[in-house]
Design a protein around this ligand. Structure first.
Ligand SMILES: *Cc1c(COP(=O)(O)O)cnc(C)c1O
Length: 362
C-alpha cells in the first residue's frame, strides 16, 4: 500500500455531542442553542446541526443569510429555529420568510424595515432583538431598545421572541466588564417581559447561573475549545488534523532550517517532515511554541510552510507514512491558538478543505 501523502481531518460528531451534553448539564434549565456560523466554525454546519438535532438541540445561530438558507435546506423537514445574526438586511425579508429564518434585528433601521415588512405581509414578524450592553460591536443601544419598547404600535407588528446580548470578556471570569454587561442586560430584559432572554456564549455559560437566562449560545466549546481559551478537562476535542511523516532527516549543528536564516540548529537535530502546512490550516505563527503529537510525545514545531511542517524529534522510532497529530485530543486546540497568538475560533475556521475530511458519528 502506498504511504499516505495527504493530511486528514477527522470530525468526531460523538465528541461534539458529548460537549453539547456537558453544556446542557452546565446550563441546567436553560436551552442550549448551537452557534453554527461560518460553516459550523469550519467543521461543517450541516453535519454538525443534524447531529445536534438528534441530541435535542432546537435553536441554531448563523451570521449570514446564505448560511441560514443552506442550513434550512440541510435540516430538511426537521424542527429547527434558525436565527440570522446579520438581521434583516435590505431586501432580505422575502428570503428570510421563504427559508423560515428568524432575523436578529440589531439597528433601528433594521427594526423599521422589519415593521414595514410585517405590515406588508399582514402578520407579525417573528424576530429577535440584539442589544449592545458593552461590547460595542453589534446591537441596538440600551436607549434605542427602550424607545422601541415604549412604542407599542410598532412593537405590535413584531413578534419579538428573544432578546439577546453578547459578552465581550466571558473567557475571563475576573473581568469586571462581565458584571457591568450583566447589569445592563437585566435592565434591557425587563423592557421585553414577553420575550425569552439569551446572554451567554461558551465562556458566559460557565460564568454561573446569573448569566444563563432562558437560552445560552455556545459556539467554540461545542467544537472543543475551552470556555476560558485554555484546555478544559470538561470539553473534548472534535477536530483532529493528522498528516503523514513524509521524511526523517538529520540536521547538523550550525545548519539553517527552512526559509530565511532565522533558525540555526544549535546542536545536531533529528526532524520529521510532515505533509501538511498552512494551506491545511496549520497556522504559521504557531511555530513559536506550538507542537505536534508523534510517537507518543509532543514534538516542537520548528517551521511551517505552505505544504510541509518540520517538527523536532528525539531518537523515537518513527516510520515514514506514520501519521502525526497536528490538532486533536493530544495536540490541543487552545494550546495551538495560544502559540499562534490567536483564538481557537480562528484556528478551526482555517482548517481548509484540502485535508481529506471524514466524519465520525454522522
Ligand atoms: C459567535 C457568537 C457566539 C458564540 O461564541 P463562542 O465564543 O464561540 O461561544 C454567541 N453569540 C454571538 C452573538 C456570536 O456572535
Amino acid at each position: 500500500m502506498p504511504a499516505p501523502t495527504r493530511a486528514r481531518l477527522t470530525i468526531d460528531l460523538d465528541a461534539l455531542a458529548a460537549n453539547y451534553r456537558t453544556l446542557c448539564r452546565t446550563a441546567e434549565g436553560a436551552e442550549v442553542a448551537a452557534v453554527v456560523k461560518s460553516d459550523g466554525y469550519g467543521l461543517g454546519a450541516a453535519p454538525v446541526a443534524r447531529r445536534l438535532l438528534r441530541e435535542g438541540a432546537r435553536s441554531f445561530f448563523v451570521a449570514r443569510i446564505e448560511e441560514g438558507e443552506a442550513l434550512r435546506a440541510a435540516v430538511g423537514g426537521r424542527e429547527a429555529d434558525i436565527y440570522v445574526l446579520d438581521g434583516l438586511t435590505a431586501g432580505a425579508g422575502p428570503r428570510l420568510a421563504a427559508a423560515r429564518l428568524t432575523p436578529v434585528l440589531n439597528t433601528v433601521p433594521q427594526v423599521e424595515a422589519a415593521v414595514a415588512f410585517a405590515a406588508g405581509s399582514g402578520r407579525p414578524l417573528p424576530c429577535a432583538l440584539h442589544v449592545d450592553t458593552g461590547m460595542n460591536r453589534q446591537g441596538l443601544t440600551v436607549d434605542e431598545a427602550g424607545a422601541i419598547a415604549g412604542a407599542p404600535g410598532r412593537l405590535a407588528r413584531l413578534d419579538v421572541g428573544l432578546v439577546m446580548s453578547h459578552l465581550g470578556s466571558a473567557h475571563d471570569a475576573a473581568d469586571p466588564r462581565n458584571g457591568e454587561q450583566l447589569a445592563r442586560f437585566r435592565d434591557v430584559r425587563a423592557l421585553f417581559p414577553e420575550a425569552r432572554a439569551s446572554f451567554a456564549n461558551s465562556g458566559g455559560t460557565f460564568l454561573g447561573p446569573d448569566y444563563r437566562f432562558d437560552m445560552v449560545r455556545p459556539g467554540i466549546s461545542l467544537y472543543g475549545g475551552g470556555p476560558e481559551e485554555r484546555p478544559d478537562a470538561a470539553i473534548v476535542a472534535v477536530a483532529r488534523l493528522e498528516a503523514p511523516v513524509l521524511d526523517l532527516r538529520r540536521i547538523a549543528a550550525g545548519e539553517h532550517l527552512g526559509y530565511g536564516s532565522g533558525l540555526v540548529m544549535p546542536r545536531p537535530t533529528r526532524v520529521a517532515i510532515l505533509g501538511a502546512g498552512y494551506s491545511d490550516g496549520v497556522i504559521r505563527a504557531a511555530r513559536h511554541g506550538g507542537y505536534a503529537w508523534l510517537a507518543g510525545a509532543r514534538r516542537r514545531l520548528l517551521a511551517v510552510t505552505m505544504d510541509l511542517t518540520i517538527v523536532e524529534l528525539d531518537e523515537a522510532a518513527v516510520q515514514v507514512g506514520e501519521m502525526a497529530e497536528l490538532l486533536g485530543p493530544n495536540a490541543l486546540l487552545d494550546d495551538l491558538a495560544q502559540a499562534a497568538g490567536t483564538v481557537a475560533h480562528e484556528v478551526l475556521v482555517r482548517l481548509s478543505l484540502r485535508a481529506e475530511r471524514a466524519y465520525l458519528g454522522e
